[in-house]
Design a binder for this molecule. Structure first.
Ligand code: 5GP
Ligand code: ZN
Length: 112
């Protein structure tokens, strides 16, 4: 499959993982928009929020737990951070494999 995030999950694109378990991986965005910019990605290929099934719901809880842990680890819990998920064309989604952006480390402007 030509999905770039599936390739990262399979180790075909060398990428330093900042978190890894059987359900999720996390790594730094190649084009960061802030001092901390981490992507949290299910190991299973789910195209987007729109493609999620009921049985994927527990994964979302786990993703938020991991993002809280990473925010603490990268010391942005106190200063604050933003989590976002781009979905589809108007949402600006470029990689069609569900991923959560965790960004922080500077004062973030509103982008809408
Ligand atoms: P989207 O626009 O789909 O929400 O976000 C995709 C993100 O993935 C972008 O911020 C982009 O910089 C990042 N990205 C795309 N390809 C790679 C890659 O091969 N490695 C890493 N670390 N990030 C990537
Ligand atoms: Zn994929």
């Amino acid at each position: 499959m030509e999905c770039v995030f599936c390739k990262i999950v399979r180790g075909e694109i060398p990428t330093e993982l900042v978190f890894e378990n059987e359900n999720l991986v996390a790594f730094k965005d190649i084009n960061p928009v802030a001092p901390v910019h981490i992507l949290i990605v299910p190991t299973k290929h789910i195209e987007s929020i729109d493609a999620m099934e009921t049985y994927d719901q527990p994964l979302i809880g786990e993703i938020f737990q991991v993002m809280q842990k990473l925010a603490r680890q990268y010391r942005i819990s106190d200063s604050g951070y933003r989590i976002f998920v781009n979905t589809g064309a108007d949402g600006g989604q470029e990689v069609p494999h569900l991923h959560f952006h965790l960004i922080g480390g500077k004062k973030l402007g509103k982008c809408w």
